[in-house]
Design a protein. Structure first.
Length: 279
């Protein structure tokens, strides 16, 4: 199943039968556990004998747990649904044009393509750092008792003012803020030191900041398109990339399901965009 995105409506169904396979009714409750640990019990719609459903709209990114429970008879059914917020370095129209996406392709395929685009964005960000702007709140930074320069877990930062605060995780520990002018920030390397030339102390720490790039270079965009084309190979007819599929094509097809590596040409495009300290 292709990725489900925040804002989408999802239908969860429950079918109840007796030991002979005949449909029966019962008292049915659905409990949904959200990614933040809270739960909701929405109203259940009774469609017909033994058939129930709930339509639920996702508002948070993360893994949801759906647990159906019936009484009289007592049964249960549990399912998990991962939900993503769409993030992509390139537009879906550009990707469609680059991979020769057919105009008659089904909507289900477009949902799968969007999942591929999100995966490609994550792959590229593992190499060059965060591209699509994202805010990290109270993210833990490991370290000893003191350190003069802190390396934020993700970068680059948008600007020197993209770091909001850093504080010790220890009770009654110190807090430093951008509002007080406490920081000297180096956006490219996502590193920070204190304006007063003193070390950060009482580590470890937690930081709130925004990472990403205001401008995505043409090299990164082209690499994203090439990786999308490569990953979409499983959706093209066997041998479509060659006039006559040979041993190499066959081997590539079989390996796609086992492991994935960024194609060499795309990796070459990304190599000059790496930022210090991201590996």
């Amino acid at each position: 199943m292709a990725a489900i995105e925040t804002g989408e409506s999802y239908t969860s169904t429950f079918i109840l039968t007796d030991v002979n396979g005949a449909f029966i009714d019962a008292t049915v409750v659905l409990t949904i556990t959200l990614p933040n640990g809270t739960t909701v019990t929405p109203s259940v719609t009774h469609d017909s004998l033994g058939h129930y459903h709930v339509d639920y709209t996702f508002t948070l990114e993360g893994l949801y747990k759906f647990q159906w429970v019936s009484t009289g008879p007592s049964t249960s059914k549990t399912d998990y649904v991962p939900v993503a917020t769409f993030r992509s370095i390139v537009s879906i129209d550009d990707v469609k044009a680059f991979i020769n996406y057919g105009t008659s392709t089904s909507n289900e395929k477009e949902s799968l393509l969007r999942q591929v685009m999100m995966s490609v964005t994550e792959l590229i960000e593992e190499v060059v750092g965060i591209c699509v702007t994202k805010t990290f709140t109270n993210e833990r930074i490991s370290g000893g008792y003191t350190v003069r320069v802190l390396k934020l877990p993700h970068g680059p930062l948008l600007s020197e003012t993209s770091l909001t605060s850093i504080s010790s995780v220890r009770q009654n520990g110190p807090t430093w803020t951008q509002a007080n002018g406490d920081f000297i920030v180096y956006p490219d390397s996502a590193t920070v030191e204190l304006e007063n030339n003193q070390p950060f102390y009482y580590g470890p720490w937690k930081a709130t900041y925004t990472a990403g790039r205001a401008v995505i270079s043409q090299k990164i965009q082209l690499a994203a398109l090439e990786i999308c084309y490569d990953m979409w190979a499983t959706q093209r007819p066997y041998g479509a990339d060659q006039l006559e599929p040979g041993p190499s094509e066959t081997a590539n097809w079989e390996n796609l399901v086992n492991a994935y590596k960024i194609p060499p040409h795309a990796m070459a495009l990304l190599s000059g965009e790496e930022r210090p300290g991201f590996h």
